[in-house]
Design a binder for this molecule. Structure first.
Ligand code: URA
Length: 433
């Protein structure tokens, strides 16, 4: 097969055959086609799209391009959750132990931060001793031991996506719905769970800025999952401002632990419970309302918090940091940001706040950068809150003074004020089943 013919065909707006799509995915995985040809095809796909069949076949080929997790040694129903990425999104740390405590095993592979968005693996590594890099045998033993495991993605899972994602990142070809859907769903299918709940974020901090494109992405991913025999649903949720009050790795672990203790911010508690309830419903534990109450009961009785501590412990971390989150490291320099006007916060641009957090040292500019687990932002006020000029709206934490100055400018640019209270956007916008 000649790769130039495949590029030309897509450039001219024609649909590719299954064989051509498999050739694309497998040669991305084994390195047999150069980056410039893969990138040219990605750009042709961005211009001319993939139809439903091509998207399914690309997802399937990418999922088969490397190892597929074998969860057969784990008994019972296995659940997985995926967020399309946001700012302050620590829902996995709340939702996963709730679901596990209700008897549905969570065998989850998570990623690191990407751009202005955070990653669960980086957050969990704030806990001293925690190991995210596990062999398949260790992964199975942790799930069998405590009902859940959150590990880093194995290098051999979906190598085609790994290659194509890195090229998309630097060739302006990330934001195509078929490419995003096949990238996410190939990893979910290779992850091997029976039931999947997707959190498709929408708004200023999300890949999908508007509701219509979030809906299209959600529908596409649900269709792919269903076609592969999975029980799957997607929640379209508001990511126009950061989720919860804390952004940054150890700050977010502490906030997740507080949420599991019943003292979390309303938006984070609500979304985590909704995601847990939908996954429990998919796993056959009852209807959505019953599952919401069941999920909430695991916060109220403290059992989900103990479940998270048990997982941390089985993955080498010190569970004391979950039971007493004030022990988690916080960077030693602090800068308060005050309101420049009286009135209301009319908007907090989530991507801008996420970028300020990266500047503080909580995220990476380059793949190889070390992150500062104690760096981050605590919001005292959020979109819609009344403020007085000079009142502290947020505190920035970093280990370097120069980082604080850059982040403060970025933060201030991301917040706007108004005299009138802005309309409230609910956390849950729609459910796609
Ligand atoms: N997350 C992914 O894993 N892939 C994408 O393409 C976008 C977000």
């Amino acid at each position: 097969m000649n790769f130039v013919d495949i590029i030309r065909k897509k450039r001219d707006g024609l649909a590719l055959t299954r064989e051509e799509i498999e050739y694309f995915a497998f040669s991305a995985a084994d390195g047999s086609v150069p980056d410039y040809q893969l990138s040219a095809l990605l750009m042709a796909i961005c211009f001319n799209g993939l139809n439903g069949r091509e998207t399914l076949e690309l997802t399937d080929a990418m999922a088969r391009s490397g190892d597929v997790a074998d969860l057969s040694a784990i008994s019972g129903i296995k659940g997985d959750k995926h967020s399309t990425g946001g700012v302050g999104d620590k829902t996995t740390l709340v939702t996963a132990p709730i679901v596990a405590e209700c008897g549905v095993k969570i065998a989850k592979m998570s990623g690191r931060g990407l751009g202005h968005t955070g990653g669960t693996v980086d957050k969990l590594e704030s806990v001293p001793g925690f190991r995210s890099s596990l062999s398949p045998e260790e992964f199975t033993a942790v799930v069998n031991g405590c009902g859940l495991c959150v590990a880093g993605q194995s290098g051999r899972l979906c190598p085609a996506d790994k290659k194509l994602y890195s090229l998309r990142d630097v060739t302006a070809t990330v934001d195509n719905i078929s490419l995003i859907a096949s990238s996410i769903m190939s990893k979910k299918l290779a992850g091997g769970a029976d039931c999947i709940v997707l959190d498709v974020k929408c708004g200023s901090g999300a890949f999908m800025k508007d509701r219509e494109s979030a809906k299209q992405l959600a529908e596409k991913m649900v269709e792919i999952g269903r076609g592969a025999g999975k029980k799957i649903a997607a929640l379209i949720t508001n990511m126009d401002s950061p989720l919860g009050n804390c952004i940054g790795n150890s700050l977010e672990v502490a906030e997740a632990a507080e949420t599991l203790r019943g003292n979390g911010p309303e938006d984070l508690t609500e979304l985590s419970v909704l995601l847990a309830a939908k996954l429990l419903e998919l796993a056959g534990k009852g209807d959505f309302d019953y599952c919401k109450a069941l999920a909430m009961s695991k916060i109220k009785d403290g059992s989900a918090l103990k479940k998270l501590a048990a997982m941390i412990s089985m993955q080498g971390g010190d569970p004391e940091y979950i039971m007493a989150p004030s022990l988690l490291p916080t960077a030693n320099l602090k800068l308060d940001i005050t309101a420049s006007e009286s009135g209301y916060i009319s908007h907090m641009n989530a991507a801008g706040i996420g970028s300020a957090c990266v500047e503080l040292g909580a995220g990476r500019h380059r793949k190889e950068d070390e992150i500062d687990h104690g760096a981050g932002i605590v919001l005292n006020k959020k979109t819609g809150d009344a403020v007085k000029k000079g009142e502290v709206i947020a505190s920035l934490y970093s280990s370097k003074n120069e980082f604080l100055d850059i982040a403060a400018l970025q933060f201030e640019k991301s917040v706007t004020f108004s005299e009138k209270k802005p309309d409230e956007i609910p956390i849950l916008l729609e459910i796609i089943e």
